[in-house]
Design a protein around this ligand. Structure first.
Ligand SMILES: Nc1ncnc2c1ncn2[C@@H]1O[C@H](COP(=O)(O)OP(=O)(O)OP(=O)(O)O)[C@@H](O)[C@H]1O
Ligand SMILES: [Mg+2]
Length: 517
């Protein structure tokens, strides 16, 4: 049924000014294949796929479908040839509903929104693929994970023969990712082709039939799945061996830094997103928050960092109540924040790299002389962050919006960690980072802990939580259903708590959880 039998990209080159994002790249794909596209942050993956989707024109090279050269002037040309793409950063219209977004993209759209028709198709797809999402919710109300599901549904509804997925699982839970893989395998079996970009090597190995690896804009190699393992993939990507071990020292916990008591927070729809949450974090402690996205984690973090009003309860930082102040006051009190929606809340995309390195910190004495900014010290700081976090930018003067996804993430991490916080609030800190950068960031978080920083770590990656945390709490439907100490970490148990199937009684210990009976 698939119209696309064989697709080829031949000698594709694309430059942005002096940056050669793609250097004479060739790859091919046949119906029913799942091709993995791998490479470090900034290697050129998104650029290459944006060319295939008609968003960018290559400087040279060609795209050949079923033996015939094609030229895409826009994504609608690509869609016309059965190519669909789910982007790394969502392209949904914030103040429209899920259904309206889907109807807008729907090819058969007449002059009015065909919401009735789209709605019927949406519910049949939702059921067939188990992608749960409320069609009447506004996009701005959705978590990253939910928005991702809308993007996937939209592309499926467009009837794509080839699905390009640019880091689709970064924001999905392990269970949701498994669900997605089932769908992808099913689609491939039906004759669809898939190009799958991910930094998670296990995922690539579990679903791809073939893998092409890029480095610095060039193809390093293409291998069949059976010729590969995790180490070999990592070596191809970075050109050296990667050490997957982290050293985590014993560390005494110090005085209390953050205390959250009886916290109630409302979500965007006015619902009770956080219900009576209690916990505290001490110096030198990493406190994890696990949970399926949309269970109140984001609202919890926003309340603590001053981005969302508190309805009830208290947040205190070293004994000082911070239940009311603004984000900038909280930042000045020594709270660093790595937000879930990085582009929106973490950067000013149009401003140069160096200015983004001191956002919210520009009034500090180190960066300001009286009323004026001290640009030489700001630029010195920017250069340090660039080197220490291995951020690939042509210069510190380029606007942040031209950076690759992972490099933007490294910038935010570098800035927030170098601010010398006493509390670091990190939501999905390694989302979108390549293997080497992920190891580096996890190591940096452990180093902060050794220095006595308190860390609140929200992540859906249980492996990450297990590696880093001293305690892991689980949120389900706005409640903290339990807190598990290191030593009692258990994948299955925490997984069950995340889905609401196991509640607090399974817990051995409940430090800071008074309702425990
Ligand atoms: N619109 C643009 N303007 C200028 N430079 C760009 C633009 N888009 C990408 N680049 C540059 O091209 C290079 C490749 O970027 P690309 O986004 O393709 O990387 P990637 O492999 O997708 O990385 P990541 O894993 O971090 O998403 C980077 O150096 C990036 O800064
Ligand atoms: Mg990318």
């Amino acid at each position: 049924m698939s119209r696309l039998k064989r697709l080829e990209m031949r000698d594709i080159t694309k430059k942005f000014g002096d940056v050669i994002a793609n250097k004479s790249i060739s790859l091919y794909l046949e119906a029913g294949e799942i091709l993995g596209l791998l490479g470090e942050n900034g290697a050129g993956k998104s650029t290459l796929m944006n060319i295939l989707y008609g968003l960018y024109r290559p400087d040279s090279g060609s795209i050949i479908i079923n033996g015939k050269a094609v030229v895409f002037r826009s994504p609608s040309d690509a869609i016309g040839h059965g190519i669909g793409m789910i982007h790394q950063h969502f392209k949904l219209i914030e103040n429209h509903t899920v259904l309206e977004n889907i109807a807008l993209a729907y090819r058969a759209a007449p002059f009015f929104f065909p919401t009735g028709k789209a709605g019927r198709r949406l519910s049949s797809f939702k059921e067939a693929y188990g992608l749960e999402v409320n069609p009447d919710a506004y996009i701005w109300q959705l978590s990253a994970g939910e928005q991702q599901r809308v993007e996937i549904l939209k592309t499926l509804l467009l009837g794509a023969d080839l699905l390009i997925l640019d880091e689709p699982t970064s924001v999905l839970t392990p269970q949701e990712s498994q669900g997605l893989f089932t769908i992808l395998k099913k689609l491939a079996k039906e004759g669809h082709s898939i190009i799958f970009i991910s930094h998670k090597l296990e995922e690539v190995l579990s679903i791809c039939t073939r893998v092409t690896v890029l480095r610095d804009g060039e193809v390093v190699g293409t291998r069949e799945r059976q010729e590969l393992d995790k180490r070999e993939l990592a070596r191809m990507m970075v050109g050296r061996e990667i050490d997957f071990e982290l050293s985590r020292s014993e560390c005494d916990k110090g005085p209390e830094v953050l205390k959250v008591k009886g916290l109630n927070v409302k979500g965007d729809r006015g619902e009770n997103s956080v219900n009576g949450v209690d916990f505290e974090i001490h110096e030198g402690e990493i406190f994890g928050v696990a949970g399926v996205s949309g269970n109140g984690q984001q609202e919890l973090v926003e309340a603590i960092t001053g981005l969302r009003p508190i309805e009830g309860g208290q947040v205190t930082l070293r004994g000082k109540e911070i239940s009311k102040p603004s984000p900038s006051i909280i930042s000045r009190l020594g709270v660093s924040h790595i937000p879930e929606e990085r582009i929106k809340y973490g950067t000013a995309p149009g401003l140069p790299f160096y200015e983004n390195c001191v956002l919210k910190q520009h009034t500090r004495p180190s960066f300001a002389r009286r009323l004026l900014l001290d640009f030489s010290s700001i630029k010195r700081q920017a250069k340090q962050i660039m080197i220490r976090y291995d951020i690939r930018v042509p210069s510190i003067n380029v606007p942040v919006k031209t950076l690759s996804g992972g490099n933007i993430q490294k910038l935010i991490l570098g800035r927030e960690i170098s601010a010398g916080p006493s509390l670091l609030v990190a939501s999905h800190p390694t989302y979108g980072l390549d293997v080497a950068a992920t190891q580096y960031i996890r190591d940096q978080i452990l180093k902060l802990r050794e220095k006595g920083v308190a860390v609140l770590l929200v992540s859906e990656d249980l492996e990450e939580l297990f590696q880093l945390c001293d305690r892991i709490s689980v949120m389900f439907k706005g409640h903290m259903v339990g807190i598990v100490p290191r030593g009692a970490f258990d994948l299955e148990k925490i997984g069950l708590m995340m889905t609401g199937l196991a509640e607090a009684p399974l817990l051995e210990e409940c430090n800071g959880y008074p309702d425990q009976g």
